[in-house]
Design a protein around this ligand. Structure first.
Ligand SMILES: Cc1cc2nc3c(=O)[nH]c(=O)nc-3n(C[C@H](O)[C@H](O)[C@H](O)COP(=O)(O)OP(=O)(O)OC[C@H]3O[C@@H](n4cnc5c(N)ncnc54)[C@H](O)[C@@H]3O)c2cc1C
Length: 432
């Protein structure tokens, strides 16, 4: 049985492990931290009961690789699936506007959705519909040098419609400001979300902690099938001999008994552990990362009805209602991420007062702030161009990770897809 050594126990490493075990390989995962999951995990608060995530994660119906992964690890019941895309947007003074994209009208569902989306003026709604039509028919074209903002403006999207609608879509999905985000990647993403089937834009939300939904079941799957998982062991160096990865040096030992080596870590982590000539051969890009901030608040009472709200033009992009507590989330949060706890709570309170008037006489009982400074890669024009030139393998070394050339922004789907992509490469090119 061929042995695969996987560096990194985040979703990309777990995805590769699951697929390769199923295909008859012996798999060992080496994870530097004491826990699996990487940037997708949950933990218990001091009361030892409340589970919170390192930041709310949303999946979508178009996450086909992830849904397949969830199915394999038998975890479908840990997710709530929207029947069709529905988002409640909240504007100042608590005015709410529903965007409802009914799957039964696909492919005309966007027409129905925007005709009825009263957050926007009628001319704004027409401009959005024209833009979607242009994407669908291929009339809207973009090159690898254009930002999303340039693309939107060149197709009749006004300042106001960008602020009210597009800003939130782009920042949330690409964790990158609209003026920097790659238009090429954005167009691909929109096509996958809205034009690849009636359920593709539906939101899928974990109904428990992220580790409980995505990580522990994968760990059990791997262990039950004879895979090995080692935590708290960092890979420090990969050595090469005769053009092949031959030795892995870790914080504890040297490993030479592997046939294939998979890197499932971020590009900056990988750049530290492989020699310069291999970096050149693989064209590993040095990428920049962007933050996500979550302000979790426990309230004296919670009258909010919906599971989540999009906030129009606010300092936070989303409010997630977890019943017991609420989470205010900001993507590409570099302007707030260095603020201290008190300032962040004050900002959160003033935003709640501005947008959620029903919370006016509600007190804040407790709070937990989570700052993920390097949440995902910045999907800007330069990074997307650089990653297109990377190679996914050099002889027996294969590269996975949400940042690799999957055609997607740095997301769960990108990480799971990358694990699957390189596993398929390994299967289709067996070593002699
Ligand atoms: C707050 C937040 C919110 C997000 N929201 C969403 C969302 O709503 N939807 C969505 O799709 N995506 C979201 N994402 C992105 C998603 O979490 C990531 O894309 C995904 O988790 C990346 O997985 P990965 O396996 O590629 O990398 P990682 O999760 O970074 O895994 C890499 C692993 O390798 C380990 N490692 C690193 N170096 C070494 C070494 N030398 N030796 C051994 N191990 C090593 C690390 O400890 C880590 O466990 C969010 C991310 C954050 C942080």
């Amino acid at each position: 049985m061929k042995k695969i050594l996987i560096i990194g126990g985040g979703l990309s490493g777990l995805s590769a492990a699951i697929y390769l075990i199923e295909n008859g390989f012996h798999v060992e995962i080496l994870e530097a931290s004491p826990k699996l999951g990487g940037r997708t995990y949950s933990f218990k608060l001091d009361d030892k009961q409340t589970i919170i995530d390192n930041g709310q994660h949303l999946l979508m119906g178009c996450y086909t690789h992830t849904l397949d992964y969830i199915d394999k690890i038998n975890s479908m019941d840990k997710f709530d699936f929207q029947k069709s895309l529905e988002i409640n947007y909240v504007a100042e003074k608590g005015k709410t506007f529903k965007l409802s994209v009914p799957g039964k009208f696909y492919p005309l569902n966007l027409l129905y959705a925007f005709i009825n989306f009263k957050l926007l003026t009628s001319s704004e709604r027409i401009s959005i519909l024209k833009f979607f039509l242009g994407l669908r028919t291929g009339r809207v074209k973009t090159g690898d040098e254009q930002s999303v903002e340039e693309l939107l403006r060149s197709h009749g999207q006004s300042e106001s419609v960008i602020k009210k609608f597009w800003d939130n879509v782009v920042i949330s999905a690409m964790n990158t400001q609209i003026g920097l985000a790659s238009a090429e990647l954005f167009v691909e993403m929109i096509k996958i979300i809205f034009f690849s089937g009636k359920d593709s834009s539906n939101i899928v939300i974990p109904n428990t902690g992220l580790s409980e939904a995505l990580i522990y079941p994968a760990e059990n799957f791997i262990k039950n099938k004879g895979g090995k998982i080692v935590t708290s062991e960092r890979v420090i160096k990969i050595e090469f001999e005769n053009g092949k990865a031959s030795k892995v040096l870790t914080s504890k030992r040297e490993i030479i008994d592997f046939d294939y080596l998979i890197s499932a870590i971020t590009s900056d982590q990988l750049l530290k552990i492989i020699p310069d000539d291999i970096i050149e051969k693989l064209n590993i890009p040095s990428l920049q990362y962007s933050s996500i901030l979550s302000v979790n608040l426990w309230l004296s009472k919670n009258p909010l009805k919906e599971k989540f709200y999009g906030i129009v033009g606010g300092k936070f992009h989303w409010l997630f209602n977890r019943g017991e507590y609420i989470s205010l989330v900001k993507s590409a949060a570099d302007d707030l991420i260095f603020s201290n706890k008190n300032d962040l709570i004050e900002t959160a309170i003033s935003e709640l007062k501005k947008y959620f008037t029903i919370l006016t006489d509600t007190e804040i009982i407790d709070s937990k702030i989570i700052k993920e400074r390097k949440a995902t890669m910045i999907s800007d024009i330069n990074s997307i161009k650089k990653r297109k030139k990377m190679n996914h393998n050099f002889n027996n070394l294969f590269i996975a990770g949400d940042w690799t050339n999957t055609g997607l922004p740095g997301t769960i789907e990108s990480s799971v897809k990358s694990g699957r992509m390189i596993s398929e490469m390994i299967l289709s090119h067996p070593l002699k």
